[in-house]
Write a protein that binds this ligand. Structure first.
Ligand SMILES: C[S@@+](CC[C@H](N)C(=O)[O-])C[C@H]1O[C@@H](n2cnc3c(N)ncnc32)[C@H](O)[C@@H]1O
Length: 326
């Protein structure tokens, strides 16, 4: 008789530490009774801290804390970390308005937190195929119901499209060489095979003694992950919807992990709206460029050295926060 092995619980894969935790909570400016949404609850680290802050103020009720993630495994774990009052939805944050409509939440008057990228759990679990350190299938889907996988991108995209996406989504200077080698080594089945192809390109270009500061596969993996999960398109959609649902004085806090994400957030907070003053006759008097957001972080907040020493994943994190003005 074969004995079924039980799947390992999420917590067996790694120790999870939320990035810029105290800073995120401070910028959310949590006030009792207002509604808060964690759009990327992951393993519930930030979510738990928001819940605690609301509880401290006797401000948690059955409808004012909402947690979203597109990863069903993350949702199950986060659910076990907080009280039953927190409402969970497995969804893409690009569908924020639909989720809120379904939950009958007309607007968000407290704040929204977004902690972008992959979770340490997704990276640590080899079967999810995100990591060049843990060999696994080429998957990289944050939502396991999605159709496109890293294997489809690596094995089916043409060489030019591959080179372009690797360059655009990661600034990889060897994008063309890497795309050429990927196409000529197909089929590629595992994360280790892909990482080796990238390493070979670096060795060919810079010599075998070359010691890069970070694993040469980092950028290529990032680019393929962004493509698989349509990350930049979803961030843009989410920001537009966050703007629509947040009320005046509500806050938006976003933690990003690479320049492309941070640029979208920075530009978002700089948006203005042309306000036309009119004469009673209806003629234009003057046009004023009105800011839509009060940026609370003129420069992005970055982790202190001691946080980076304790959690290397924090090294590229940047937090930006804004308060809605209109
Ligand atoms: C860095 S982790 C969040 C960690 C979390 N803040 C914590 O303290 O445990 C990022 C999470 O965002 C989720 N995510 C990324 N893009 C998403 C999207 N478009 N919609 C919903 N969730 C997304 C990932 O599945 C992952 O669980």
């Amino acid at each position: 008789m074969t004995r079924k092995t039980k799947p390992k619980p999420v917590s067996d894969y790694f120790v999870h530490t939320s990035v810029l935790l105290a800073e995120a909570i401070e910028y959310l400016n949590i006030r009792p009774g207002l509604t808060y949404v964690d759009l990327t609850c992951g393993l519930g680290g930030h979510l738990k801290a928001i819940e605690n802050k609301l509880k401290e103020q006797n401000g948690l009720n059955a409808s004012n804390l909402i947690a979203i993630d597109q990863d069903s495994e993350a949702i199950s774990f986060a659910r076990s970390q907080v009280s039953d009052l927190v409402r969970f939805r497995q969804a893409n944050f690009a569908d924020l308005t639909d989720v809120l409509e379904e939950l009958q939440v007309p607007c968000v008057d407290g704040g929204i937190l977004v902690d972008l990228g992959v979770s340490s759990y997704q990276l640590a679990k080899p079967e999810r195929g995100f990591s060049f350190d843990n060999n696994g299938p080429l998957d990289m889907r944050m939502n396991l119901d999605n159709i496109l996988t890293a294997s489809d991108v690596v094995n089916n995209y043409n060489e030019i499209d591959l080179a372009n996406l690797i360059y655009e989504y990661s600034d990889e200077v060897l994008s063309r060489q890497i795309a050429y080698q990927i196409v000529n080594n197909r089929p590629i089945n595992t994360t280790s095979e892909l990482a080796q192809i990238v390493r070979n390109c670096y060795a060919k270009k810079y010599g075998h003694g070359f010691k890069p500061k970070i694993n040469p596969a980092t950028k290529t993996f990032q680019a393929i992950r962004i493509e698989v999960n349509a990350e930049l398109r979803n961030i843009n959609k989410m920001l537009t919807q966050a703007q629509a649902v947040l009320t005046k004085n509500a806050r938006l806090v976003v933690i990003s992990f690479h320049g492309l994400e941070d640029r979208l957030v920075k530009d978002f907070f700089r948006q203005t709206k042309i306000h036309r003053n009119k004469y009673p006759s209806g003629q234009d008097k003057a046009s004023i460029d009105e800011p839509l957001w009060l940026s609370l972080t003129k420069k992005p907040v970055i982790p202190q050295k001691k946080e980076i020493l304790a959690n290397i994943r924090a090294r590229s994190a940047k937090l930006r926060a804004g308060e809605k003005l209109v």
